[in-house]
Design a binder for this molecule. Sequence first.
Ligand SMILES: *[C@@H]1O[C@H](CO)[C@@H](O)[C@H](O)[C@H]1NC(C)=O
Ligand SMILES: *[C@@H]1O[C@H](CO)[C@@H](O)[C@H](O)[C@H]1NC(C)=O
Ligand SMILES: *[C@@H]1O[C@H](CO)[C@@H](O)[C@H](O)[C@H]1NC(C)=O
Length: 481
Amino acid sequence: MKTRKPTTSAARGSSSSSPPSQTLPLFSNMPRKSSLFKHTLIATVFFLLAIYAFFSTFFHTPLPPSDSNSDSSSFLLDLGGVSSQENPIPFPERVKVFMYDLPHKFTYGIIQQHSLARGGSPVPEITTLNYPGHQHMHEWFLFSDLARPQSDRLGSPVVKVTDPEEADLFYVPAFSSLSLIVNAGRPPGSASGYSDEEMQEQLAEWLTGQEYWKRNNGWDHVIIAGDPNALYRVVDRVKSAVLLVSDFGRLRPDQGSLVKDVVIPYSHRISTYTGDFGVKDRTTLLFFMGNRYRKEGGKIRDLLFQILENEEDVVIKHGTQSRENRRAASRGMHTSKFCLNPAGDTPSACRLFDSIVSLCVPVIVSDSIELPFEDIIDYKKFSVFVETTTALKPGYLVSLLRKVPEQKIIEYQKAMKEVKRYYDYTHPNGTVNEIWRQVSQKLPLIKLMINRDKRLVKRELSEPNCSCLCSNQTGIIDSLG
Ligand SMILES: *[C@@H]1O[C@H](CO)[C@@H](O)[C@H](O)[C@H]1NC(C)=O
Ligand SMILES: *[C@@H]1O[C@H](CO)[C@@H](O)[C@H](O)[C@H]1NC(C)=O
Ligand SMILES: *[C@@H]1O[C@H](CO)[C@@H](O)[C@H](O)[C@H]1NC(C)=O
């Protein structure tokens, strides 16, 4: 967690000055190290602020349903199958979200460009275009959810409002991940002339010019950037918003953090396993199919291939994204006990979510991975985490996994079945609702940042960065406002 930074550096600072162990290190060194003291104090204040934010989040969790609330129960009657018991957040207390009606060049226009670059013909009405399937389809699911009339989405943790004056939060539904792949696989120059970078610049320009963005410096905005490379050019201009991201692999600590932002799952691309628990039909011990050669953190993949490819009960195959390969991966994950999840170019990868819906126990070899919804999901209940250097010891991984008893695997599978819907963007109470729940919980912190931004706050440029809590490091804000 990035906000820990100030405390760890404070701790490091005081221990490096090696005080007698019984006295208070901070004060015994004060005369000599007054700047250290100052740093430590500042860091502590920021840490406390972060704690405060967490606590206010915690205490703002929804109250139990009030049956006397006729407003919400009368709405709920229309919602086939969803009773007020299943929907514990009273209507008026839910966070209100306004979705920008973006210029089409940031939404449907990108679908059109993607289609044109693949030989599609122009259509008269671009809003009839289908969003193409890929692993970062989450932007489409969130957009579609908020595009529905509020009367169709009463089970949601957030209320859609059409008047920005009523909104707590502002959702920016740009298809930033699709934009990245419009020209993917096409030789430069052969494509439509579409430029993702231009799209990013135009979006940042448009957004930062909006009245409601300027009102609170964007703190109360929510922007989706699911692909680790999405919006990479303009992230500095929009980083005060809550970012919906797959990981923090490409973000600096002052751009993204677990405190301010929300980690969202990839949309799984393989079919859900519907069979029984157990290992009878799972003859393969460990399965992996994907790109053997990746950059940066993903270099580990090639090494794992070398160690594992000659093991009898392991299936490890190089394969790129294609319909054919997805079918093979689906078959493989449904017939294996364990599924390997090494880091890709960044710590996250879509395969984890594919394994979960396949009830194939994830073996995660990615030391700095961040996982979605970790406030309510305990990944240790259904995944095996192996540190990278350990995983690379010849023979270690297979002997570890061969020793896991069948009963334990069944326990893992049951735990996965329980959480499966959190990774299903099409489930009526699945990923989309869970993302909105997570976003709602940021509201107390957002309000804190908005109010704090209005007053005089002295920020030391030399102090350690503490993620969102001091993104404006320009100095002193002094105003009469
Ligand atoms: C939806 O899921 C949440 C937990 O994620 C749960 O509290 C709620 O009761 C569920 N609602 C319905 C309608 O199933
Ligand atoms: C602190 O943040 C600034 C930008 O706000 C950045 O340039 C700098 O590299 C960051 N320092 C560290 C140690 O992360
Ligand atoms: C940072 O603070 C300065 C005032 O010192 C203000 O002019 C500027 O708009 C702020 N920027 C952000 C991104 O908050």
